[in-house]
Design a protein around this ligand. Structure first.
Ligand code: NVA
Length: 381
């Protein structure tokens, strides 16, 4: 029997961020672009290498180093008996269009976590909310097709693709943002005044932290209220908790608030929760919420739009074992004191390609069932 027609015993199933990991997708850095400006995101960050309007491929030598770290990480997982699949990159430098818009470039496929949300035996392709990322799901289609053939119980879903027309975005949002005073920015943070309108449901999968029956959804700059509501209606057996934090560039929950294992969550020491009753909710259910350690970096790595808080962006292999970026010594010490077995993984060169260890992965199979870790609910949270 050749490898091609061999059928594999694939199971799609994952309910949380910590049960024993058996099968995972690890991204690739190939061809990743600094994406062209678009209504959803316009970076004017000259100090980080992104003056307004610049876009194009990240340097080849950076890509090579990132792929080496991703390949090493994939091997480390395989050596522990975990099946690892990889996406199929596209030509991300190509212009893309729909009847509503044209966009000068795509982005990449390093962070599968952003696109794929696994809830039990279902993988949901997220809507995404940036035009550069609208077609990113195509990188994962070869794998999803394969899982569909191999696992008769796999539920393959795609959230409705938003049109991402101009009326999905507040007009001139980023230019107006740059003109805001500190007090006005603060007000925007409290009022969740982010770039998306409520025209259509939008969410990135990385805005969701999974804890069995309870899902925590970050109301970020890429996930709107309609996106939260779509998830609520689509997953009626779950409890969907929208959460938000004091952060002026909110995107993706996994460098801000992380449910690590039953009874333990890691909170960003700077981005304080603003959601009423959120901390009470964890306390009422006997969960400890610990503030993360000081990250290794003070500022964004070169050519990276990801913050030093990737220190929190970790991957649990089981409730006792955690993969952490090898440079995050203080974070590793903290996990060690919390009784976790820490696996240091060199990963800093991947940052510019869209994230850390959690971003770079998407669960296919973790052992375990859907449990209720929060039997004491709070009305309105
Ligand atoms: N972009 C966010 C989240 C990354 C996982 C950050 O830089 O903190």
């Amino acid at each position: 029997m050749t490898a091609q027609n061999e059928t594999r015993n694939t199971i799609v199933n994952s309910w949380n961020e910590w049960d024993p990991l058996k099968h995972v997708i690890v991204g690739r850095a190939d061809g990743t672009m600094v994406q062209a400006p678009e209504p959803a995101i316009e970076r004017d960050w000259p100090d980080h290498g992104f003056p307004l309007g610049t876009y194009g491929p990240l340097p080849k030598e950076m890509e090579t180093r990132a792929n080496q770290q991703l390949d090493n990480f994939a091997k480390l997982l395989e050596d522990r008996g975990i099946r690892v699949d990889r996406p199929t990159p596209l030509d991300f430098s190509q212009e893309v269009r729909t009847p509503d818009w044209e966009q000068n470039s795509m982005f990449g496929c390093m962070p599968p976590r952003d696109v794929l949300l696994t809830v039990g035996n279902e993988i949901i392709e997220a809507t995404m909310s940036q035009r550069a990322r609208w077609y990113e799901y195509l990188c994962y289609r070869p794998l999803l097709e394969q899982y569909f053939k191999e696992d008769p119980n796999f539920r393959w879903e795609a959230a409705p693709k938003p049109r991402l027309a101009d009326n999905n975005y507040k007009k001139d949002y980023w230019r107006e943002w740059d003109k805001k005073s500190e007090a006005e920015k603060e007000r925007a943070i409290y009022e969740l005044d982010w770039v998306l309108t409520e025209k259509e449901p939008c969410f990135d999968a990385a805005d969701i932290g999974r804890a069995g029956k309870d899902l925590f959804v970050y109301r970020s700059s890429v996930t709107n209220e309609a996106g939260v509501e779509w998830l609520r209606r689509h997953l009626p057996n779950h409890r969907i908790h929208p959460v938000w934090f004091y952060e002026d560039n909110p995107i993706h929950i996994d460098a801000t608030f992380v449910v690590l294992r039953p009874g333990l969550a890691l909170a960003n020491r700077k981005r304080k929760p603003l959601t009423p009753n959120m901390l009470e909710f964890f306390k009422k259910n006997d969960w400890e919420v610990v503030e993360c350690a000081k990250p290794f970096l003070d500022d964004y790595p070169p050519l990276s739009f990801c913050s030093p808080w990737l220190s929190m962006n970790t991957l649990m292999l089981d409730p006792k074992t955690i993969c952490v970026d090898a440079q995050e010594k203080e974070q590793m010490e903290q996990f060690d004191k919390l009784g976790l077995e820490v696996i240091p993984v060199p990963f800093i060169d991947v940052s510019a390609f869209g994230g850390g260890l959690h971003c770079a992965t998407a669960d296919v199979y973790r052992e375990g069932n859907c449990e209720d870790y929060f039997p004491h609910q709070i009305e309105g949270f």
